[in-house]
Design a protein around this ligand. Sequence first.
Ligand SMILES: *Cc1c(COP(=O)(O)O)cnc(C)c1O
Length: 232
Amino acid sequence: MDLAANLEAVNARIRAACERAGRDPASVTLLAVSKGQPPARVEEAAGLGLSLFGENRVQEAKAKISQCSGRLRWHMIGHLQSNKSRDAVQLFEMIHSVDSLGLTQEIDKWGEKLAKTMPVLLEVNIAGEGSKFGFKAEQLLSDLPAMNKLRRVEIHGLMTMAPWSAEPEKARPVFRRLRELKEACEKILDAPLSHLSMGMSGDFEVAIEEGATIVRLGTVLFGPRPTAKHEL
Ligand SMILES: *Cc1c(COP(=O)(O)O)cnc(C)c1O
């Protein structure tokens, strides 16, 4: 796969979606999902100007990050087990996949010990799929005040994954609902939240039209992943 050509095509699609939505392309951040990709591929992407990478497994990320340039920034996008919180707090600039009050407490505990305040996004399972992680909307709203009190956890917004579909339009109500939920959270917190992390290779243009500030793209940039065994 020609990464440079893919990146150029993706950037053009992001710009076009922003234009349709009347948004500034600078308001959308491209997070390159490097799970399953070797460090050499990450460096190749970095050489093309990408600097933000997403991983879904702590162990894989730990090995990879140590083999890549220290200038790169890494976000955790996959389900995080509590017992991996310490590594996650150390390795990542942001965790997108925070899905319980208990996990935020664990992150807060390690943040305190490591003297690091951790930016997080709260993952919501909008469609209620049994196969996916994430807060139910009601649970999110009721746990939000307690999570907001934690000193070492900084809530920056929400994240979701739409159910897989060959038709991107099917994802639109999911993305719209996440945007509405962010507004409900902002009311509860009485503060703005900067991020909506939503949109993957199959549906990122719709996500941008619905307000995504971070799109998480793997396949459309890197091509099919070399190993499928780590897929969610
Ligand atoms: C793998 C993954 C992505 C990227 O998926 P693609 O369809 O390859 O773009 C985005 N978000 C999460 C949480 C993922 O696990």
